[in-house]
Unconditional design. Structure first.
Length: 195
């Protein structure tokens, strides 16, 4: 009986980068069911799953062709991360997920506090938290400190005033400017925060 030798993902990736198109076919055939199932478990729609699956491998191909992939024996987790990000993009573009338009009460933090989330919303929530942390880092330090104390540490403006050594009105003003500045960054970079 002939023993079948299985080529590792890392070897197939190297072969594909070197010009062997068949190597990519082997990689896709080897992992397509797992990746397809992962996407379907998030979107519950075969057509959308097909689209995201195709987009995932288009990104994989582009990244490999540009030589931007670093082989660390983590091909599948890398592909899954691409698929995960595309699923999030899908939900952000979907009309099922309301967008913050920046009108009236601009409360991006209400999403983070939402307790009853299913798997789909949990993924989006994680991405929003990451985006919000990035926005907060862009703020001037005095505004960032007030915002973090108010939102994440649940401190009153009186407590913030005592902690920072400024008046309550100054603390309120810094919070207001923090939210205004976050809105400007969101508009400038067309960031979509969904819930």
């Amino acid at each position: 009986m002939k023993k079948i030798k299985t080529t590792t993902d890392a070897v197939l990736v190297k072969q594909y980068i070197a010009g062997n198109e068949e190597a990519l076919s082997q990689l896709i055939n080897r992992h397509q069911q797992r990746i397809y199932n992962f996407i379907f478990s998030k979107v519950f729609d075969k057509d959308v799953t097909e689209d995201i699956f195709q987009d995932t491998f288009i990104k994989v191909i582009r990244t490999l062709k540009r030589g931007k992939y670093n082989e660390e024996g983590k091909f599948v987790p890398w592909v899954m991360r691409i698929a995960h990000n595309l699923v999030i993009d899908h939900f952000r573009k979907s009309n099922r997920m309301p967008k913050f338009e920046g009108k009236g009460d601009f409360n991006i933090f209400s999403v983070i506090e939402d307790g009853g989330l299913d798997a789909e919303k949990e993924m989006v929530k994680d991405q929003i938290e990451s985006d919000v942390r990035g926005l907060i880092k862009e703020l001037p330090e005095d505004q960032r400190d007030v915002l973090v104390m108010r939102i994440y540490k649940d401190m009153s403006f009186k407590e913030i005033s005592e902690r920072t050594g400024v008046s309550i009105n100054t603390a309120l003003g810094r919070m207001r400017y923090a939210l205004i500045n976050m809105r400007k960054v969101i508009d400038k970079h067309n960031i979509v925060l969904t819930r």
